[in-house]
Ligand binder design. Sequence first.
Ligand code: FE2
Length: 288
Amino acid sequence: MTTPAVDGLAERFDRDGFVVLDDVVSPEACIELARRADAIVAEQCGADGPMSVFTTDEQERHSDAQFLSSGDRIACFYEAEAFDADGTLVVPVDRAVNKIGHAMHDLDPVFVAFSRTPELARIARRLGLHNHVLWQSMFIFKHPLIGGEVAAHDDHTFLWTDPPSCVGFWFAIDDADVDNGALWVAPGAHRREPGRRFRRVSDDPADGTTFDEIGSPPDRDLQFVPLEVRRGGLAVLHGLLPHRSGPNRSERSRRAYTLHLIDPAADYPPDNWLQRTGLVATGFGDSR
Ligand code: FE2
């Protein structure tokens, strides 16, 4: 049973596949989260074993053990442009990190406090998300000048459930605009059939990952519009909504924090790339 929407938010989400809400989080909370992300980078990145490059180009996607084991821990992922042809880091580590993920919302006290608030629980209820649980978190740096683009995709491709249930909460930690790599979305395109699925090839992480092509790619014949979101604003994206972001060629950061939720009643296949083995997933209103 769905709760009647009193303000049309659920209707807009259903119609467009996204909503943007301003001033959901205070600027101070954004700054504190960014400071904690920087501290994690300083403490952990570069000393975390082999460096795993993040790219959404499926020809190059680097599905190493670091990536495939990151579902229930905090790991560092790097910009492709941070390395030269020999694989040597050519920028300082703190400028080379593309993102950290994927379980800060469960493991780090600052991230836990940011991710689990009565306000977020209220927004989820307004969207009709009564049972969804927090499955994955990412802090994305999109550094000035080096921050890479993210190719068009939908999140259901990567967090596949049957039926589709993935929803993304995207928080602007800095003002995000077209110059520093804002999100672009294809309004209404969440109504199309799933186009592809990213999964593990086998039980052995050494075999890596693959894409199953099922329908049209998410960039085919779609009109994308930019979502410019101010610091502290929130964009909520339906799991089937195609979206992308450009590179950051500006002098400004475009940091963002994302949470992806799924409905635990939906089937979550064992060959999805992200597996949580030791952590129970809970909702926005639940403490850790
Ligand atoms: Fe995404």
